[in-house]
Design a protein around this ligand. Structure first.
Ligand code: UDX
Length: 432
């Protein structure tokens, strides 16, 4: 396929990545947002999202004239061949996805779309949304296509340009094939199907990942109780190609803008058709229990009571490589520590400003001053390289709780500190 005229509505991390990457594939892309300040910044090449490679792609798109940014979707779509909806679909009442932003856009563009222009959902939307959009559009000459994204924050550009697969679904099959063709330059298999199946792929995949993590976190807990080592257990599991090696790292729980929202939404969707998805509900419960267990572990490390304890927290983002705090397990753990009376000082290389219940500092060593415990909650690489002898000098106590199994235990232990990971026995760690 040659170059297509594309409009992307919404310039969050999904929309902006989609727009900039489609432009880099040779398409002519206009990105639209309601926030005029944001549009002005983007038009000047300024990207506020921490996403490696994105700013370069935006600058290149602007320089080649293949990418531009405007306010107002109605005018933007008049000569479009494809319109991608990349607006937020947050968790609404009862866990269901809130589609008001999608509906508002449809309302605005419905009368302006040229005949044959494909309306494509990129944001994660409940199964049945394509059909609902068709109804809202009230047009039979405009195909509606579901084309879910599988972008991880922090690696979104790489994920877009090197995808595992392209999933496209529509009840208008030629339109679905045409949309799949927009990605023809990417070396990835495509699954072209009906709209409901494409919509469900996204939920089924994300929820599977969430269940995998809850499972690993539960196995890590078992390891602690049985004296096994989660690193060896997951290594042994991961060689089984049916399981795979990725997404097997225990942590303080899964968070971010997608997995929590999507798991709740799928439980809700299942409920709406009379199915109790108890397997998935249990994974959500396990994720809550994991945070409680982490807090109990920290309490144990400071002698049983958190009241008055000084805790230094390393990492607040929901994962490394992003400044995103949405549904961050690190934030819930720190909030629980504060609620139990701990004095929390936190450092995150990508997060500044203020957060309730803690003091945020701009140097990791400041978290150690007078601390009874240091707790690693986000897997930032720079924490591996801390001078633990210096940390030990600054601390009051000696506990290092590493909820990401990130640090080299030996370097922590040889500084005279104690190291407590997840699912890892202390004694075996010390063995040469
Ligand atoms: C996720 C999906 O991976 C992506 O396909 C989808 O499009 C959006 O949601 P993202 O939310 O950016 O992406 O983060 P991801 O890298 O999947 O991590 C999710 C959470 O799981 C984070 O809190 C992370 O720290 C945690 N995690 C991940 C682990 O605890 N262990 C792991 O091994 C992997």
């Amino acid at each position: 396929m040659g170059s297509a005229r594309i409009v992307v509505i919404g310039t969050g991390y999904v929309g902006l990545t989609t727009g900039a990457c489609l432009a880099s594939l040779g398409h002519r892309v206009t990105c639209v947002d309601v926030d005029s300040l944001k549009v002005a910044r983007l038009a000047a090449g300024q990207v506020d999202i921490l996403e490696p490679g994105l700013e370069e792609l935006v600058s290149r798109g602007l320089a080649t004239g293949r990418l531009d940014f405007v306010v107002g979707s109605r005018q933007a779509v008049v000569d479009a061949e494809a319109v991608f909806l990349c607006v937020p679909t947050p968790m609404g009442a009862g866990g269901a996805a809130d589609l008001r932003a999608v509906e508002a856009v449809i309302d605005e563009v419905a009368g302006a779309l040229p005949p044959g222009c494909a309306v494509i959902t990129k944001s994660t939307v409940p199964v049945g949304t394509a059909q609902r959009i068709r109804g809202l559009l009230g047009r039979t000459d405009v195909p509606v296509v579901a084309n879910p994204e599988f972008l991880r924050e922090g690696t979104a550009v790489g994920d877009f340009l090197n995808p595992d697969r392209i999933v496209v679904g529509s009840d208008d099959q030629p339109a679905a094939h045409w949309v799949a063709g927009l990605y023809a330059d990417l070396a990835a298999p495509s699954v072209v199907t009906d709209a409901a199946s494409a919509e469900l792929v996204k939920y089924a995949a994300n929820c599977f990942l969430a269940m995998k993590l809850s499972y690993v976190n539960a196995v890590a807990e078992l390891c602690e109780r049985l004296g096994a080592d989660i690193e060896s257990v997951t290594e042994g599991m991961g060689y089984d190609r049916r399981i795979g090696r990725s997404f097997l790292k225990p942590g303080p729980g899964w968070g971010g803008s997608c997995l929590p929202k999507d798991t709740h939404a799928l439980v809700q969707v299942a409920e709406s058709v009379g199915f109790d998805f108890s397997l998935l509900s249990a994974a959500i419960q396990e994720n809550i229990a994991q945070r409680d267990r982490i807090v109990a572990k920290i309490a144990g490390a400071v002698g049983g009571s958190l009241a008055g304890a000084r805790v230094g927290v390393l990492g607040l983002a929901f994962k490394a490589g992003t400044n995103d705090l949405r549904d961050s397990p690190a934030l819930s753990v720190t909030a629980m520590l504060a609620a139990h009376g701990a004095e929390v000082t936190a450092y995150d290389p990508a997060v500044g400003g203020e957060q309730p219940g803690m003091r945020i500092v701009d140097d990791p060593y400041q978290t150690a001053k007078g601390a009874d415990a240091i707790v690693v909650l986000t897997e930032w690489d720079e924490f591996r390289r801390l001078d633990w002898t210096y940390v030990a000098e600054l601390m009051h106590g000696d506990a290092v709780v590493d909820t990401r199994n990130l640090l080299d235990p030996q370097s922590v232990l040889s500084a005279g500190l104690s190291w407590l990971g997840l699912g890892r026995p202390r004694a075996r760690v010390l063995a040469p």
